[in-house]
Design a protein around this ligand. Structure first.
Ligand code: ADP
Ligand code: MG
Length: 379
């Protein structure tokens, strides 16, 4: 497929290809910007990039998902946004590379992706990491995985204008097949945690129209920062339950609840990783249930639609399913883990009850834990 798309546009075969996955976060919500732990896993959905170097300095890109649009710019240009939003991701990667001293020459790029866009599965990180993998291979830079992830994050932070953490790019770069990654967002240490083969990852997108996401997200961050200031610590990583309790009078009730969520969520991430390793679904289910409860009551970022999806899953399968809202909140998706034999029953229950309870229709994805960045250089 890649090769066809590339050859159609450029009349020559590519020199190489790279691909990288989208992701879902199993648990560890709002812990990334508090220097804590997260437990994401890559999906089987991937973005692919085929490439061939050029003799000149022109970078040309096409995407299967945006047919009949070609973006072209000079490798040495300063970052100038394109009128095509998708093309800005490519320009942003080139700009991030340049800002770190890597200068590309001309290259032709064809990309295509089956990561659903704009659904919180991080199609943007998949694109960034695949593209960085392609350029790294094309120009022999030997950039390592952690640096690729940082460059992807930098491209979004500095050029796209999205203040994402590093989780998405790190999991997309480093994921091992069939495993989640226990990531320390402070040290960037990553430990692979196998997901039992018989389990499926089911993503239930609520399709709830998200509102006020950015302002509420920033308000939560500000609450955490205020809690740190009151406790005179650099980040919530440096806090523990005793310290938080001792400082209770210096915090507002809201700040206290936010900080308590983060401290407990860090514990849940580690407990979930341990339970996964033991293939103990009931224990994973308990952690995710507590996580969702805390998102609803302490961090206050769930909506009736995602609460309903969790309730439907639990009413149907009890502790045979682990379910919680995942992502930035105020809508988005619920992630579930269950035995693969239980997937039809889970999907059936959602189909039967969700619209009736909310008036909305869910979009569902049955997933398995995918592989991180893969690069193939024919040269
Ligand atoms: P998410 O990362 O949750 O999918 P974002 O809004 O961060 O959502 O990123 C989605 C954007 O990434 C798309 O609107 C598009 O600009 C770009 N993108 C993702 N996949 C592709 C693709 N295959 N081709 C071109 N651009 C893509
Ligand atoms: Mg994104």
């Amino acid at each position: 497929m890649s090769v066809n798309l590339f050859e159609q546009h450029f009349d020559v075969s590519p020199e190489g290809t790279a691909s990288a996955p989208g992701r879902v976060n199993l648990i560890g919500e709002f812990t990334d910007y508090n220097d804590g732990w997260v437990l994401p896993c890559a999906l089987q959905f991937r973005c692919h990039v085929a490439w061939r170097r050029r003799e000149d300095n022109t970078i040309t890109a096409v995407s299967r998902e945006y047919p009949d649009e070609i973006d072209s710019f000079q490798a040495c240009d300063e970052y100038k946004p394109s009128t095509r939003p998708w093309a800005n991701y490519i320009r942003a990667i080139v700009a991030a590379l340049r800002s770190e001293g890597y200068v590309t020459q001309g290259i032709d790029l064809a990309l295509w992706s089956d990561v659903p866009q704009g659904r919180g599965l991080s199609s943007s990180a998949a694109l960034e990491v695949a593209l960085l993998g392609a350029l790294n291979s094309a120009f022999n830079w030997n950039i390592d995985g952690a640096e690729i992830a940082k460059l992807g994050q930098l491209s979004e932070n500095a050029f796209i204008g999205c203040q994402c953490g590093i989780m998405d790019q790190l999991i997309s770069t480093k994921a091992q097949p069939g495993a989640a990654l226990l990531l320390d967002c402070q040290s960037l240490e990553a430990i692979s945690v196998t997901i039992p083969k018989q389990w499926s990852i089911v993503i239930l997108d609520s399709n709830y129209p998200r509102k006020l996401v950015d302002s509420e997200y920033n308000a939560r961050r500000a609450d955490c920062e205020a809690a740190c200031a009151a406790m005179t610590i650099p980040s919530l990583r440096a806090a523990d339950t005793q310290r938080l309790a001792a400082c209770r009078d210096t915090l507002t009730a809201t700040q206290y609840r936010r900080a308590a969520h983060v401290l407990e969520e860090n514990k849940r991430v580690k407990a979930t990783a341990a339970a996964l390793q033991q293939a103990d679904l009931a224990a994973v289910a308990e952690q995710l249930a507590n996580g969702h409860h805390s998102l609803a009551n302490h961090y206050e970022v769930t909506v009736p639609a995602t609460d309903a999806l969790v309730a439907i899953a639990k009413a149907e399968l009890g502790n045979r399913v682990a379910a919680r809202q995942t992502g930035g909140g105020f809508g988005g998706a619920v992630v579930c883990l269950c035995h693969r034999d239980d997937v039809p029953q889970l999907l059936n229950a959602v189909e039967r009850d969700y619209t009736q309870r909310t008036g909305l229709k869910a979009t569902t994805f049955v997933c398995e834990a995918g592989t991180g960045l893969e690069v193939n250089n024919n040269g």
